[in-house]
Design a protein around this ligand. Structure first.
Ligand SMILES: [Zn+2]
Length: 138
């Protein structure tokens, strides 16, 4: 289930820009609607609240000092979660904390994570449970 499929589990309506077509016909041919990313559907106000609740249940914002080996983390805004192997408890002169982790399950690297910019994948809640909890909240 990708993130677009998950979004549409929440209250949505036909896209007002493309009238639900998902694309526009122009003299140059068909181009996808940017408002709905080509799906023809956008979240309602209630749907947006639910989807945000889902994100906050599934992806927890934590401080670098809370990271543990085995966590899947990413810096906010980037798409890929990396598994933390070991933690090098060392701050550099810029206050960054350096973490050793696998990248795509293979390569090991060090990443710097400023405090308050880490998202941890909540492995105790499945995608389905997170959707249901979020639907109940919205
Ligand atoms: Zn659209």
């Amino acid at each position: 289930m990708n993130i677009h499929d998950i979004r549409l589990r929440f209250d949505h309506a036909s896209c007002s820009k493309c009238k639900g077509a998902g694309s526009f016909i122009s003299p140059q041919g068909s181009r996808p609607c940017l408002s709905c990313s080509g799906s023809g559907k956008t979240l309602t106000k209630r749907g947006k609240i639910g989807f945000q609740a889902f994100l906050s249940i599934r992806f927890q914002k934590i401080n670098a000092s809370e990271v543990k080996p085995g966590d899947f983390i990413r810096q906010s805004g980037s798409g890929i979660f990396n598994k933390v192997e070991t933690i090098k408890a060392e701050k550099d002169s810029l206050g960054r904390i350096w973490i050793k982790m696998t990248f795509h399950g293979k390569r090991e690297t060090y990443g710097s994570f400023p405090a308050l910019e880490i998202e941890r994948l909540n492995q105790s809640v499945s995608i389905e449970e997170a959707i249901n909890q979020a639907l109940a909240l919205s």
